[in-house]
Design a protein around this ligand. Structure first.
Ligand code: NDP
Length: 330
């Protein structure tokens, strides 16, 4: 049985009732791909929580091994860019949604989806960043491309205690921005300040239906929440500012008006990590190696084992996780 390995499998019965099991697989069970990888570390992202709890339809092919990102070592490859022993990372591309994913000791994927792991990070550190942290970097880059430099004023980060939010605060702080952090966990204020937040805002201030325009407060924002929160954030962005929007923790609706756009020239900057082109991914990971304070990354992260993944997936949906969860697959 030594060629068997452990994986989490999500299945659906005829009544579309979902079940989650730990199973043993062999390499032949894996889906098509030109690179086979030993998964060394993975993580529990919000999307993984949605998949395992079945909260929304993330999985589009059944049965499915969930897990949208991993760090690993190439076991075999027929792809021109990778050879046995290469250290790689994968974020997105439908892995864990339509292609067997990271919650498996081995994965077979397209080499086009992989990038080389930056030397600055161990597999565990790369997954401590994970898709949430890489998305936080994409959000910072979106604000920068829009010209929102530290001298323009304060930046709001919503969902501050979450994965995207906590890494975004650490990054913005290293880059010299003044940061306001919005959270539903005010008891974590000291933690958020230690990451670099200067002001803490109660998320209830932003979560109810608000006015089309409010007082101009922030030069920019990184929003992982959507719904009324994003609408209220847009209504309080300063003239010419912008919001990098990447998430839907409150909801996927956007009950906003056009007023911030047409009266203040505010920009809504959409951020997607799943299908982002390879060059942008490589740029984001290189920037993470340069701009993320590793001691803050340690403070944000909790390490769990394979057997704890399913529990952590429920916890992230219940809002019980602070920062990032790393799964050490060893
Ligand atoms: P986490 O669960 O780690 O963080 C989400 C945070 O949002 C929570 O910690 C909480 O912060 C806040 N929150 C949760 N529920 C609500 C609510 N009902 N109303 C207001 N705030 C709430 O998730 P991630 O950081 O990993 O992901 C955040 C979002 O970004 C998700 O929607 C995810 O799907 C999305 N995402 C999108 C990506 C993309 O490619 N566009 C990639 C990665 C993530 P606090 O306790 O501080 O209030």
């Amino acid at each position: 049985m030594s060629n068997m390995f452990k994986a989490i499998m999500i299945s659906q019965d005829e009544e579309k009732k979902q079940s989650v099991d730990v199973v043993l697989l062999k390499e032949d069970d894996l889906m098509e791909g030109d690179v086979t990888v030993e998964v060394q570390a993975t993580t529990v992202n919000y999307k993984d929580g949605i998949a395992i709890t079945g909260k929304s339809p993330v999985i589009r092919c059944w049965p499915m091994v969930p897990g949208v990102d991993f760090a690993g070592c190439v076991l075999s490859s027929s792809h021109k860019d990778f050879v046995e022993g290469d250290n790689v990372i994968l974020n997105g591309w439908g892995v864990g949604e339509v292609h067997f994913g990271a919650y498996s000791q081995k994965a077979r994927v397209s080499g086009d989806w992989l990038i080389k792991r930056p030397k600055a990070f161990s597999p565990q550190q790369a997954m401590s960043i994970g898709t949430a942290g890489y998305t936080a970097m994409l959000c910072v880059m979106a604000l920068e491309r829009y010209g929102i430099t530290p001298d323009k004023g304060q930046i709001l980060v919503t969902g501050a205690n979450g994965g995207v939010g906590s890494v975004a605060i650490a990054l913005l702080s290293k880059l010299g921005y003044d940061i306001a952090a919005s959270t539903g966990r005010p008891d974590e204020a000291e933690f958020l300040k230690s990451l670099g937040a200067n002001e803490i805002i109660d998320r209830n201030e932003l979560s109810e239906k608000g006015r089309p325009l409010g007082k101009e407060r922030w030069a920019g924002a990184i929003d992982a929440i959507g719904s009324h929160t994003l609408a209220n954030v847009l209504a309080q962005i300063k003239y010419g500012g912008g919001v990098a929007a990447c998430g839907l923790a409150q909801g996927f609706d956007l009950p906003a008006t056009v007023m911030p756009f047409i009266l203040r020239g505010v920009a809504l900057l959409g951020v997607d990590s799943v299908m982002a082109p390879k060059t942008r991914r490589e740029e984001a990971w290189a920037r993470l190696a340069q701009d993320l304070d590793m001691s803050k990354l340690d403070a944000i992260s909790t390490t769990i084992g394979f057997d704890d993944i399913i529990g952590a997936a429920h916890d992230i949906i219940d809002g019980k996780i602070r920062g990032r969860v790393v799964v050490d697959m060893k």
